[in-house]
Write a protein that binds this ligand. Structure first.
Ligand code: FE
Ligand code: FE
Ligand code: MG
Length: 182
C-alpha cells in the first residue's frame, strides 16, 4: 500500500490483517449459508423468509468485498481457498440441514450474533487509531445489527398463531339520510 497510508495506521498491521481476514472468511461463509438457505427454505412464511435470506446473502458478499479491498490496501493477502475460509474464521458454517424457516432463522440469528461480537472487537481495536478501517467496520457492524433485528422480528411474527389477527370486515359506510324538505 501507499507508504504514508500505512504510516497513519496506529495499530499492529499484521494483527489487524489477521482479524480482518478471519472476518472476511466469516462473510463468505455467511454469504453461502444465506444463499443456500434461501434456496432450500420450506414451511411457514417461506416466501418472505427466503426473500430476506437472499437479500442478506447479497449484503454479506458486499461486506466480503469491502474487507478484501482494505486488506489489500493494507498490504495483506486474501485467503484463496475454501479450505482456508473454513479454517480461518470466527463464526463457522452452519449447513441448513433442517430447511424449515424456523431452523434457518435460528441458525442465522446465531451467525449474526457472532458477527456483531466480531465487528465490535474489530471496532474497539482500530477505534481512534485507523480511521479508514474504523469507518468500514462501523458500516458493516451497522448492517449486522440490522440483520439480527430483521431475523428476530420474523421469528416473532412466526410465533403468532394464524388466527391471532382476525380479519375485520370494513364497516359499511352508512349513507346519510337524505334531508327531507319540510
Ligand atoms: Fe456481514
Ligand atoms: Fe449479517
Ligand atoms: Mg434485512
Amino acid at each position: 500500500m501507499g507508504t504514508k497510508g500505512r504510516e497513519i495506521v496506529g495499530v499492529n498491521v499484521d494483527k489487524l490483517l489477521k482479524m480482518m481476514n478471519k472476518a472476511y472468511a466469516d462473510e463468505w461463509l455467511a454469504h453461502y449459508q444465506y444463499w443456500v438457505g434461501a434456496k432450500v427454505a420450506t414451511g411457514r412464511m417461506r416466501g418472505i423468509v427466503a426473500e430476506e435470506l437472499a437479500e442478506h446473502a447479497e449484503e454479506e458478499l458486499k461486506h466480503a468485498e469491502m474487507l478484501a479491498e482494505r486488506i489489500l490496501q493494507l498490504g495483506g493477502t486474501l485467503l484463496i481457498t475454501p479450505e482456508a475460509l473454513l479454517k480461518e474464521n470466527n463464526c463457522g458454517y452452519d449447513a441448513p440441514t433442517d430447511p424449515s424457516t424456523k431452523a434457518l432463522l435460528d441458525q442465522n440469528i446465531k451467525g449474526e450474533q457472532c458477527a456483531i461480537d466480531t465487528y465490535k472487537k474489530l471496532f474497539d481495536f482500530v477505534q481512534g487509531k485507523d480511521p479508514i478501517t474504523e469507518k468500514i467496520i462501523l458500516e458493516i457492524l451497522e448492517d449486522e445489527v440490522e440483520h439480527e433485528d430483521d431475523l428476530q422480528m420474523m421469528l416473532e411474527d412466526m410465533k403468532e398463531p394464524v388466527s391471532a389477527k382476525p380479519v375485520i370486515a370494513a364497516k359499511p359506510v352508512k349513507a346519510k339520510p337524505a334531508k327531507t324538505k319540510k
